[in-house]
Design a protein around this ligand. Sequence first.
Ligand code: HEM
Length: 430
Amino acid sequence: MNHDYQYTPKNGFSKWLDKRLPLMRFADENLLSFPTPKNLNYFYTFGFILTMCLVTQIITGIVLAMHYVPNTLLAFDSIEHIMRDVNYGWLIRYTHSNGASMFFLAVFIHMFRGLYYGSYKEPREIIWILGVVIFLLMIITGFMGYVLPWGQMSFWGATVITNLVATIPIIGEPVLTLLLGGYSVDNPTLNRFFSLHYLLPFVIFGVVILHIWALHVTGNNNPTGIEVKDSKDTISFHPYYTVKDLFAYIVFLLMFCYFIFYNPNILGHPDNYIEADPMLTPAHIVPEWYLLPFYAILRAVPDKLMGVLLMFGSIVVLFFLPWLDTMKVKSARYRPLYKIFFLLFVVSCLLLGYLGAKAPEGIYLFLSRVSTIYYFAFFLVIMPVLSRIEKPLPMPIGISNPAIDSSVYDSGNGVASGAPSYAMDSVNRH
Ligand code: HEM
């Protein structure tokens, strides 16, 4: 792939259009011919999978909104109407509800991939920060969407989570009243949540465009974490990665279809098939599975305000990663110590997810506390300390050159303090 490549319109129409609105040039230079590192593995297909998830949620959501009624007296029945009377309504609804789960599954893999290969580090800080913004928006959108069917979990989940706002000193109460449109979760709350649940995916779409724009300025990271140096290190996005992304998406769709067609309710809670009843509190109030790790952190702390702060802190801390982990070597491939702590981090997140569904008492509470401490220690203690003391493994000279640059390691220069200089070369593509 030649970095000095220039798009040339081939026929009369594309020449005409190119002079007026160079759409084809933009698509060709930014998508089809985009120089992409040649060593990307399947973890790098999740960006495309996520884009497809977002599009699926928006399309199915718009169709659902044609039949859904955001009124507390009619919402639950309108969902049943979609399931029974609307043509393929069951398919649209199950695709949307399971689609949310698939979206979160994909985003978790995408984020852990970034953590493992150090994709949040210079020069990709903005890509990462925009990603965290997207993740926050996804959580808010998912939470509000779950309220819409107006089942028992919708109502009680909304009550528990919105009440957390009241713990904030001084502004808590007025903000809560504004959020609810009254003093408890009711019709105005459902209207607000429906309106915002419709709006936010389009905001997410806008931030995704910025996310991919930023990615196209720096270029992709890759599993070695070594920046591409010249055209030998890259291949064009099309056909190599269009085919790879499409294949991965088809495999992902197979799993998605299993849930839609064979087990559409396994990821939801049976209580949400009971209409909301403000006079009847369910035995256990649990959020959707993808919010369980955060719910576990919330309940790990005896003090309510502290729990709320830690729950928000668990996401806010992600914004600061580029400055908490200053080790120049990006990929965990060459960081044996980081690799171990990273694996423990994945285990602690999975454990928090499991514990979020358990009553916060006895051994469950103890483990929630241990996992919460590890979660924060990983970012605030382990990352900064490893940045200073870890000795990375010898690294190849470049992604196309497996030879090890022994001079850097023999001199002892830059090993503990960071990467050999080639690993820090900025992408020189234009
Ligand atoms: C709607 C959600 C999202 C979409 C559609 C999306 C899309 C993409 C795409 C298409 C890429 C390039 C292909 C790839 O590397 O997989 C990418 C890369 C990246 N994304 Fe996302 N993303 C989303 C959410 C997130 C989140 C939540 C984070 C982190 C908090 C994040 C962090 C990153 C990073 C750091 C890269 C650069 C990876 C690298 O070059 O190694 N993204 N994203």
